[in-house]
Design a protein around this ligand. Structure first.
Ligand SMILES: Cc1cc2nc3c(=O)[nH]c(=O)nc-3n(C[C@H](O)[C@H](O)[C@H](O)COP(=O)(O)OP(=O)(O)OC[C@H]3O[C@@H](n4cnc5c(N)ncnc54)[C@H](O)[C@@H]3O)c2cc1C
Ligand SMILES: NC(=O)c1ccc[n+]([C@@H]2O[C@H](COP(=O)([O-])OP(=O)(O)OC[C@H]3O[C@@H](n4cnc5c(N)ncnc54)[C@H](OP(=O)(O)O)[C@@H]3O)[C@@H](O)[C@H]2O)c1
Length: 312
């Protein structure tokens, strides 16, 4: 056995059983842990890991801090996603799936000087081995939601992964209140689950899927046909566009809003207020937009109807 095989045997506990390269920067990976799919409550996350000995998709060597010590397993948190529909287009509750699904974006060095795991995840192939944490974690779930409540899921990019699991789960549970998801992406091609959302919206009258782009010609080129400019989710909600387009009203007494992805979209003041700043510097985050409408943040020990999962 080579050293590499020995390292893989020691550290890995799952196999890639499905891969969809949406484009060169976006990946849907389905994994089957050796003991069967990890059970999870929709909205939760686990850990994926690959050794720093594995190749990177761009051929570059991205070595970790322990490059001079024993080879390390690089681990990061990933939300459990969901296919939402099966091959026949029928609703697929996450618990009925035969594998765990993850939705991953490739972080480039210009965004972060040394992304370690995603360049390796993007080099996976069907049959590759990797590490999957055996337990689901997190409080970002629909626990406490009543069947007639309004559910609104707001995401940037791959932040829609846990929402997809919660949406499929609630629809399968017969949720009666309105459910809407809104995702903001750079380009239309980043909407990897658009077909599944459309299938569900056609099948369930209480489900709506809306999306925004920020880098298409109609967002950035005033001479482009259909120019609409660039709007972030915060503006979309603050200016009432969400309510107009979805037909769903935001009421503090029965609406739960879930925010996942880019921390600047979420706007959590506890994380982003610079030292010495007494006023929130992220007044444009979704939390602030919703607080101005009377919503309160859900946090340990204090129930609220704004739920957040920040990816960094
Ligand atoms: C609870 C939780 C769940 C997560 N679930 C997912 C998921 O389902 N899918 C996913 O793609 N990522 C998810 N992440 C982010 C993930 O853990 C990694 O940080 C990410 O994949 C980058 O890993 P890396 O080692 O390549 O880069 P790192 O060295 O970890 O670089 C981190 C930097 O990359 C950027 N970044 C990280 N994640 C993203 C992202 N999703 N979109 C845009 N920029 C990003 C930020 O600038 C961040 O500072 C989650 C994070 C948390 C805390
Ligand atoms: N998606 C791609 O085509 C692409 C291409 C090259 C590299 N990448 C890599 O992929 C990684 C992730 O890209 P991503 O597009 O999935 O995630 P992202 O960078 O978080 O962007 C997702 C969406 O959030 C928007 N956004 C950015 N800042 C915001 C803010 N302050 N408030 C509200 N919304 C905000 C983005 O708009 P903006 O247009 O203003 O950013 C975009 O529409 C990056 O780290 C990058 O390295 C992606």
């Amino acid at each position: 056995m080579t050293d590499l095989e020995a390292l893989r045997r020691t550290h890995y506990d799952a196999t890639v059983v499905g891969l969809r390269r949406v484009h060169e920067d976006l990946l849907i990976v389905r994994v089957l842990p050796d003991g069967g799919p990890v059970p999870f409550t929709p909205g939760q996350y686990t850990t994926l890991g690959l050794g720093e000995w594995e190749p990177c998709v761009d051929g570059a060597l991205h070595v970790g801090d322990s490059a001079h010590a024993a080879p390390a397993l690089i681990r990061r948190a990933y939300s459990f996603g969901a296919a939402m529909v099966d091959a026949a287009g029928a609703l697929l509750p996450p618990q009925a799936d035969t594998a765990n699904e993850f939705y991953v974006t490739l972080v480039h060095p210009e965004t972060h000087d040394r992304p370690l795991l995603t360049p390796r995840l993007f080099d996976l192939a069907e049959g590759s081995r990797l590490y999957v944490g055996p337990k689901a974690k997190g409080q970002y779930t629909t626990a406490g939601v009543a069947p007639d409540d309004t559910l609104i899921f707001v995401a940037t990019g791959t932040g829609e992964a846990p929402h997809n699991a919660m949406i499929a789960d609630r629809l399968a549970a017969g949720h009666r209140g309105p459910i809407a998801a809104v995702t903001c992406v750079r380009r239309r091609r980043d909407l990897a689950y658009l077909a599944a959302h459309r299938t569900l919206a056609a099948a369930f009258p209480n489900y709506r899927y809306l999306w925004l782009t920020t880098r298409e010609p109609e967002n950035i080129d005033p001479t482009a046909s259909g120019f609409v400019g660039k709007r972030y989710l915060q503006q979309f909600f603050a200016e009432g566009c969400f309510e107009r387009q979805s037909g769903i009203a935001l009421h503090t007494d029965n609406t739960h809003v879930y925010l996942c992805g880019n921390p600047q979209m979420i706007g959590d003041p506890r994380r982003h207020r610079p030292a010495g700043d007494t006023v929130s510097s992220t007044a444009s985050g979704m939390i602030q937009v919703l607080e101005r409408r009377g919503f309160t943040l859900d946090r340990p020990g204090v129930r609220g109807s704004i739920h957040v999962e920040s990816y960094w």
